[in-house]
Write a new protein. Structure first.
Lengths: 375, 411
């Protein structure tokens, strides 16, 4: 199959993206975000998990949490190209919530066949979820879990679990005697302990989750296959989030460069400031174009979905790093302070840059696809 | 190309079908002469006449000037040039020689000339019969284009032109030149006017064309000297003193951001032609040995190449996204990046290819042992033409920073 020229980004997708942008602009200013998440500046602070549950419930009512759920499970079955538009706006607002986690779980469950159906119905009904599939090393190899399953009981620890304290369900990968299986586990199930990590990013929470003899029902006994099918969507959505956040960083920095005066000129007059900001814009556009290409491939050209998603997240990780670096540097002294909002996005982007594979990791995977595995 | 076909209007679908059929039986034979990398490096009459033959037949078949009105020699179609381009590129036809005419002179003449002049000039431009060149840069006016000093002095209904233009690609073959000059020395921008000038007819009578040798050793561009050349006022485009605005039309199209699609063909596979893209770079890395293994197995080289693959794919997807208005916040933001990105990516691909070749990158066209016939060092050196011409990369970044981001104008 080949892709439609317009990325499959139709009227419905445009409407969703516009309404998401308006929703966040109306309800969640950066000022509000800062008051919510940045009250404790101490480097030794424990992550607070501060978020606006009421606003999240409004998002659930709008159907955003179940956008990607298949119709058979009661969802809206929107294409990834449309969902990516929402993720871009979420990134622009840096809104702390379990949207990406729930979408990620949705894509994995959708690849689990009929065994995933019941869990998908829960998401369609408004329950939230996140992936618990990473080991202590933070390896992105799909079989590298820190959890074992014996006799239907889970033991071990899943690390780097995103927004764990905001969700109702965990999608856990665990080693079995036969390979890798996936489990759908309630966060309040007996034997589950969520231990918050103290993290740099103020717009997320993260935890490691300990499983002690947790009884669980498998949703897939071919976990690697299901994860492989879903990962292109997961990389693409995070890349879309990065794109939106980077655009916020660019616009905030451009505004500052237009007002701040030094040597009788605004900062933007000087090419030492202007040209790097143009390069940030160029990276954002590259990333955004590759995001919608990857999303469209996931929807219509699955044989190339992984290849294009590696391009998108490979590009996005570079974009996150560069836009963040330039946003602080171009703000000068004020950009180095806690009071300037720039740091919220700087930290979110550094987190996103490394999550689900950094740029070099994605390029290495891409090389294996395009050139072939090295001898 | 079938992904594009799915979005076609009925006119476009019918036209695409027609182009495909015509090309199936009319694609020209491989030439007997070595073709240059691009139209800007055409050096001999033999090369030119082969390429002119192709442009003529494509024009006669209706594949050139598709979206221009019939009255000026066009096809009178709507948004069909890109359909013809898709199909010509897919068919791997040769490129067209009249590249400055098609890409820059035609839209400028179309938007700014009197009707009778359009009707006279454009058909012969589209057919490739009249080759065009561009007289913009001068020894003292490069990035600061508005400081051109070539001067036209009024004498009745004639103008007497004196001055010196440089980097004039194709001038040695050109019948016509688009010429930016000064008619008033007291105003920098408002003192500029714009003419079309029949330079071939005036060779030796006020016009001298001399080759400039490029960094690669190739010829292909020139300097053009005007000494008391007499030109009719009828060859002036738009009003006196509006030259800068007319030049903006030219530059917009030169940078790929104009609304009239430039006819494009190319992709003919020939041992003498060689594209600066990552597919060729990967091929080079596969066949180049490094420490007894293919260079394509070296993790650092793989990473470098993938960075370029991503940039190249990003540019392609930018061009696709530029046609989806719901995925853009600013209309010119993507289009104004085209030339900057294409030129910088090509340069980086050339540089990486030379590193992949290692010591063998020292071998040039005349050496039988040169990998890929020495084309990579040549492509790398030629890439500086692209990052300098049509507004340097630095000027492009100023334009993007000022027009798109709204930052203060730099000096």
């Amino acid at each position: 199959m080949t892709q439609p020229d317009n990325f499959g980004f139709g009227e419905e997708a445009a409407l969703l993206k516009d309404s998401a942008r308006k929703f966040f602009a109306d309800n969640f200013t950066t000022d509000k975000l800062h008051r919510m998440v940045a009250s404790d500046h101490r480097p030794e602070r424990i992550s607070a998990c501060a978020w606006d549950r009421d606003l999240w419930q409004q998002m659930v009512k709008l159907g955003w949490a179940s956008l990607a759920v298949p119709e058979s499970a009661g969802g809206l079955a929107m294409p990834l190209a449309a969902v990516a538009g929402l993720a871009e706006e979420l990134g622009r607002a840096a809104f702390p919530c379990p949207l990406l986690g729930s979408l990620n779980a949705t894509y994995v469950l959708s690849a689990c066949g009929s065994d995933g159906e019941a869990a998908l119905t829960e998401i369609a009904e408004g329950l939230t979820a996140t992936l618990a599939i990473t080991n202590a090393e933070g390896s992105w190899g799909l079989a590298d879990t820190g959890v074992d399953s014996t006799g239907g009981r889970l033991n071990g620890t899943a690390y780097f679990v995103q927004d764990a304290r905001k969700v109702d369900r965990l999608l856990v990968s665990a080693r079995t005697t036969k390979g890798l299986s996936l489990y759908w586990v309630a966060t309040d199930a007996a034997g589950v302990t969520i231990t918050p990590d103290a993290i740099v990013d103020l717009t997320r929470d993260q935890a490691h989750v300990i499983f002690e003899n947790v009884q669980a029902q498998a949703v897939s006994n071919n976990g690697v296959a299901a994860l492989s099918d879903a990962m292109p969507a997961i990389w693409t959505l995070l890349a879309a989030d990065i794109t939106g956040a980077a655009e916020w960083q660019l616009q905030a920095t451009v505004e500052y460069a237009g007002t701040r005066q030094q040597f009788e000129h605004s900062l933007g007059f000087f090419q030492a400031v202007k040209h790097p900001l143009v390069d940030v814009m160029i990276q954002i556009d590259q990333c955004k174009s590759l995001v919608y290409n990857a999303a469209c491939a996931f929807d219509t050209q699955p044989q190339r979905a992984a290849e294009f998603a590696h391009m998108a997240k490979g590009s996005a990780s570079e974009c996150a790093a560069f836009a963040s670096s330039r946003s602080v540097q171009s703000h000068g002294g004020i950009g180095f302070t806690w009071e300037c909002f720039i740091h919220l996005y700087f930290k979110r982007q550094k987190h996103s840059q490394l999550l689900w594979g950094d740029a070099a990791w994605h390029r290495a995977q891409l090389a294996n696809i395009i050139i072939g595995t090295a001898a | 190309m079938s992904e594009n076909a799915r979005q076609d209007s009925s006119e476009q679908a019918e036209f695409r079908h027609y182009c495909r059929q015509w090309l199936a039986s009319h694609k020209p034979e491989e030439p007997s002469v070595r073709l240059p990398l691009s139209p800007l490096e055409i050096m001999t009459e033999e090369q030119l006449s082969y390429l002119q033959g192709w442009q003529r037949s494509a024009y006669d078949a209706g594949l050139v000037g598709c979206d221009y009105p019939v009255a000026v020699g066009g096809g009178g179609r709507t948004d069909c040039q890109r359909i013809a381009n898709d199909e010509m590129i897919a068919a791997r036809t040769p490129f067209m020689p009249n590249v400055i005419g098609l890409g820059m002179a035609a839209p400028t003449v179309f938007h700014h000339a009197q009707e009778a002049l359009k009707e006279r000039l454009l058909p012969r431009l589209f057919s490739g019969e009249d080759i065009w060149c561009q007289g913009f840069s001068e020894p003292g006016a490069g990035s600061d284009l508005a400081s051109v000093q070539t001067f036209a002095e009024r004498k009745g209904d004639k103008w007497i032109i004196n001055g010196h233009k440089v980097w004039t690609s194709l001038a040695h073959f050109a019948e016509w030149m688009i010429l930016l000059l000064r008619t008033d020395r007291s105003h920098k921008y408002d003192g500029l006017s714009y003419f079309v000038v029949p330079i071939r007819a005036a060779l030796g009578q006020g016009v001298t064309v001399q080759p400039l040798i490029k960094i690669t050793g190739e010829t292909g561009f020139n300097e053009v000297i005007f000494e008391n050349l007499e030109v009719d006022d009828g060859y002036r485009l738009d009003e006196l003193g509006k030259g800068w605005q007319v030049a903006m039309t030219t530059l917009l199209h030169e940078r790929g951001a104009g609304e009239l699609q430039t006819p494009r063909s190319g992709g003919m596979k020939s041992k003498a032609t060689h594209s600066t893209n990552t597919a060729n770079l990967i091929e080079l890395a596969r066949v180049t040995s490094r420490n007894g293994k293919p260079a394509a197995d070296d993790p650092l080289i793989r990473d470098r190449i993938m960075q370029l693959v991503i940039r190249e794919a990003g540019l392609g997807q930018n061009q696709r996204r530029a046609r989806v208005s719901a995925l853009q916040d600013h209309p010119a933001r993507l289009l104004l990046q085209n030339k900057l990105l294409a030129s910088e990516i090509a340069q980086a691909i050339g540089a990486t290819a030379m590193e992949v070749e290692g010591a063998s990158a020292s071998l040039y066209l005349g050496d039988d042992n040169a990998p890929a016939g020495g084309q990579w060092p040549m492509a790398y050196m030629n890439s500086y033409g692209m990052t300098i011409a049509a507004g340097t990369s630095e000027v492009q970044r100023n334009i993007l920073g000022e027009r798109v981001l709204g930052l203060a104008k730099s000096k």
